[in-house]
Design a protein around this ligand. Structure first.
Ligand SMILES: CC(C)(COP(=O)(O)OP(=O)(O)OC[C@H]1O[C@@H](n2cnc3c(N)ncnc32)[C@H](O)[C@@H]1OP(=O)(O)O)[C@@H](O)C(=O)NCCC(=O)NCCS
Length: 184
């Protein structure tokens, strides 16, 4: 990590936005990361479950320098406060195998919620995708019961494109697919 916080000279992170920044996850995020990642309410509609400190540290270390847009691979980046750059949540990006779509997922710690930070971070992440990959669309997939997530996706300018019946964690549920196309 150099003095500007870039993992390497060509790294598009950190990326600032009004109220916060997208930056690399780092091992020093461990305590804050574990605090919200062990909250079952935040994990309810998510693909992840809580992990040991050892596993989380290995994950943060790996994400510190992970390439951003590798087909079929999720990369997780930090959503940080603008004041002190402390970890407020994280956001995942995954380029599809055909390189056309980037799926996005996001989580905010409870104290960071309710101020528009997630919406602004998703907006910044969409700009990052369109600036730094050749993907044509950003896609957000959410459980139909996850109203906070739906509001974030809609406020960030995404449009509901599909409704799917799926099985998640062994239970049937409905999910909405939101899409934002690359601006022309
Ligand atoms: C989804 C999640 C990130 C949304 O968090 P959030 O805090 O509601 O979203 P934002 O940070 O964008 O804040 C928006 C809220 O702040 C309010 N707000 C207050 N001041 C604001 C301001 N100055 N600017 C913008 N919004 C403001 C908005 O009205 C909105 O509240 P509302 O949805 O009740 O109308 C959060 O619920 C979460 O982490 N959930 C668990 C993980 C998850 O399910 N992720 C989705 C998977 S796809």
């Amino acid at each position: 990590m150099n003095a500007q916080g870039h993992a390497r000279p060509s790294d598009p992170l950190p990326r600032r936005f009004s109220g916060g920044m997208l930056r690399r996850l780092v091992p020093g995020d461990l305590a804050a990361f574990q605090a919200y990642r062990s909250d079952p309410g935040l994990a309810r509609f998510q693909g992840w479950t809580s992990t040991s400190d050892e596993e989380a540290l290995a994950f943060l270390t790996g994400m510190q320098e992970a390439a951003l847009f590798v087909p079929g691979t999720w990369v997780q980046i930090a959503i940080a406060r603008d004041t002190d750059h402390a970890l407020a949540g994280d956001l995942g990006l995954c380029l599809s195998d055909d390189g056309r779509d980037v799926e996005i997922g996001f989580t905010l710690s409870r104290p960071a919620q309710g101020r528009g930070l997630a919406t602004a971070a998703v907006g910044a992440a969409m700009a990052l995708v369109f600036d730094d990959s050749a993907a044509e669309r950003v896609v957000g997939i959410t459980d139909a019961r996850n109203h906070a997530s739906i509001r974030v996706l809609e406020r960030a300018g995404m449009t509901r494109a599909e409704t799917r019946h799926v099985v998640f964690r062994g239970a049937p549920c409905l999910e909405f697919v939101y899409v934002r196309a690359r601006p022309r």
